[in-house]
Design a protein around this ligand. Structure first.
Ligand code: NAD
Ligand code: TYD
Length: 353
């Protein structure tokens, strides 16, 4: 059997491939456009592995997707492909509309055409799993209950609005056409292969380079953090046993203000790779201008996936962060490889050189 996954040269997708092949020999056809966020070095372990077929292309390329579906006859399509960085969506929302909304629409249409022509048994067993974010629910105040699957969508950034739109399309393709869909909405992930534009890998990278650790505003914004492989295991579980048409929130019950996350990273780095001058990396913390429209708090109520599918995170924040910092220390060559000219250009756009 085969699954077609999109966007698996990126952070979560590449971790998904590692997690999948640790548990299964089922073939993955990986369709990825290789934007700045896609790195085949994340998948170097599977370069000559017949279980992994890599195809460079766009989820919105209907002819290509139709050919891949017809050739490989997958039993499921998992959609990880997206533009995923809030700050980039503020500087340039067009790519987010193109991939997250229009691309998902074309992918749904290609998959619907394929699924419609399957035999009865294959049709009933087929799944389209859409990977999404908790950011579609908007922002919570300190006293609000965590996001449940029944919360209304109130997205605030171009990124979250584009993901919310794609979630709505997926829902509609189920209700209107009967496409057997599953949607997951997960909190902030961290772990290996995380591109150093996001908070945790950026802070590790800047700390080791002796650069400022930029905290937006007062650093009191709260995110729920989940180790990426726990997210990947949840997706596998939803694919295996999730109820068709349902949405599953995934989170780590791990709410932390940004400043605490950065202080924790500094403390782990102080222990594993102390600064030459004996000072703490926390000395490099620098408060910078806040993100426009910055969401104050995200938190996930993960009881549905725990109750219905028996999933629970395996890592605590402490164990996950320690593993992550160690991974970055051991993979500085990977970091060098992805922090190319275009990365430096982004730093200059966002942080002013
Ligand atoms: P990422 O930016 O690291 O990777 C995205 C991947 O998609 C890249 O490999 C890129 O080349 C590919 N891609 C982009 N546009 C494409 C297109 N048009 N066609 C084909 N491939 C394309 O993102 P990520 O952090 O791995 O996130 C993966 C998914 O999980 C996204 O849908 C994101 O919204 C969702 N998500 C992310 C987080 C998080 O904390 N990172 C949390 C919850 C949900
Ligand atoms: P990020 O990793 O971009 O994820 P998201 O915006 O999708 O939650 O940011 C996580 C939090 O860290 C968010 O509140 C913004 C904040 N942040 C900083 O304070 N400084 C930074 O340099 C970055 C990239 C993020």
């Amino acid at each position: 059997m085969t699954v077609l996954v999109t966007g698996c040269a990126g952070f979560i997708g590449s971790n998904f491939i590692h997690t999948w092949f640790a548990a299964s020999d089922e073939k993955i056809v990986n369709l990825d456009k290789l934007t700045y966020a896609g790195n085949l070095s994340n998948l170097a372990a599977f370069k000559n592995d017949p279980r992994h077929v890599f195809v460079q292309g766009d989820i919105g390329d209907a002819a290509l997707v139709a050919r891949l579906l017809s050739e490989h006859q997958p039993r499921a399509v998992l959609n990880f492909a997206a533009e995923s960085h809030v700050d980039r969506s503020i500087h340039g929302p067009a790519d987010f509309i193109h991939t997250n909304i229009v691309g998902t629409f074309h992918l749904l249409e290609s998959v619907r055409a394929y699924w419609t022509n399957l035999g009865d048994q294959d049709k009933a067993n087929f799944r389209f799993l859409h990977v999404s974010t908790d950011e579609v629910y908007g922002s919570l105040s300190a006293s609000d209950a965590p996001f449940a699957e029944t919360n209304a969508f109130e997205p605030n950034s171009p990124y979250s609005a584009s993901k919310a739109s794609s979630d709505h399309l997926v829902r509609a393709w189920h209700h209107t056409y009967g496409l057997p869909v599953l949607t997951t909405n997960c909190s902030n992930n961290y772990g290996p292969y995380h591109f150093p534009e996001k908070l945790i890998p950026l802070v590790i990278h800047n700390a080791l380079a002796g650069k400022p650790l930029p905290i937006y505003g007062d650093g009191q914004q709260v995110r729920d953090w989940l180790y990426v492989q726990d997210h990947c295991r949840a997706i596998m579980r939803v694919l295996e046993a999730g109820r068709v048409g349902e949405t599953y929130n995934i989170g780590g019950w791990n709410e932390k203000p940004n400043l605490d996350v950065v202080r924790t990273l500094c403390a782990v780095l102080d222990e594993l790779q102390p600064r030459a001058d004996g000072q703490s990396y926390a000395e490099q913390i620098t408060f910078v201008k806040d993100r426009p429209g910055h969401d104050k708090r995200y938190a996930i109520d993960a009881r549905k996936i725990e109750r219905e599918l028996g999933w629970k995170p395996q890592e605590t924040f402490e164990s996950g962060i320690a593993k992550t910092v160690r991974w970055y220390l051991d993979h500085q060559d990977w970091v060098q490889g992805v922090t190319s000219g275009s990365y430096r250009q982004w730093l200059s756009t966002q942080y002013g050189g």
